[in-house]
Design a protein. Structure first.
Length: 264
């Protein structure tokens, strides 16, 4: 793969003890200790009330990170191409459907079925923002964040237009948790542009390699990075929070990794 270059014009995230960019930036910059706590998301006010009642955590999480990023950049969400990247989608909904299928009735509600598709958050985003721009929904097991990053960066490099990446994961209940132990919900949104914007954070140069992913010094953050696929973004987010230039490496497939050069 040849190198890809993109500029970051917005970054937002929610996770345990990382409720919004202000709290997350202080933690990632070592200005405040990491204290895992409950996820505190703003209500998805952009959705009509009927839709708001039907949605699960993945939609609420993707709405929170997405609207925060768009607001930070002063962008028009209706014009932004977007990439939704999630390992398992709506894990609670999957669990509920399987419970229903294990009963004698086996009648899955239309709402449950509707929310079971992997691109449901993308659909709700288009409803909330009236966005008609191209939208991609993908998953790649533990490589989900890196795959989403490469997809969004490739789109920017190809057509020169901004692209919003929304990467998020939620936890499976038992017994599925025993097979796929993701303990926390975590989401990050990054808005990429071809050239520096008014809210420019950094320029990223992406390339594939075989170096080991960068660990985090804080034990709690490192456990989060290792246990939640979307949180594989944390080494990059830490550099952005610190306004720190240099190289970081994040997980990708098998023996491949994704190297990211962060520059001003």
């Amino acid at each position: 793969m040849s190198q890809l270059q993109v500029c970051v014009s917005a970054v937002r995230l929610y996770g345990p003890g990382l409720n919004g960019w202000l709290q997350a930036r202080a933690t990632l910059a070592d200005d405040a200790p990491f204290a895992p706590g409950e996820l505190a998301l703003p209500p998805a006010q952009a959705l009509p009330p009927a839709e708001r009642r039907r949605v699960g955590l993945p939609v609420k999480l993707s709405m929170a990170i997405g609207f925060d990023a768009v607001s930070q950049a002063g962008a028009d969400a209706s014009q932004l191409a977007n990439v939704f990247s999630s390992t398992g989608g709506d894990c609670d909904n999957c669990h509920a459907i399987l419970e229903t299928l294990a009963t004698d009735d086996r009648a899955v509600s239309p709402t449950r079925f509707h929310n079971s598709v992997h691109n449901a958050p993308s659909g709700y985003w288009s409803i909330a923002t009236h966005c008609m721009a191209p939208s991609t929904s993908l998953c790649a097991y533990d490589a989900t964040f890196a795959a989403g990053l490469l997809e969004a960066a490739s789109q920017v490099a190809t057509n020169g237009r901004p692209c919003l990446l929304l990467a998020y994961d939620t936890a499976y209940p038992q017994p599925l948790y025993a097979c796929r132990p993701i303990p926390h919900a975590f989401g990050v949104a990054l808005l990429f542009t071809a050239q520096p914007a008014a809210t420019h954070f950094a320029r990223l140069t992406l390339s594939l390699g075989q170096d080991a992913p960068d660990p985090l010094a804080d034990t709690g953050l490192e456990n989060l990075r290792r246990s939640v696929p979307a949180a594989r973004a944390l080494p990059l987010l830490q550099r952005l929070a610190r306004s720190e230039q240099g190289r970081c490496v994040i997980d990708y497939f098998d023996d491949l990794s994704l190297a990211i050069e962060v520059a001003a």
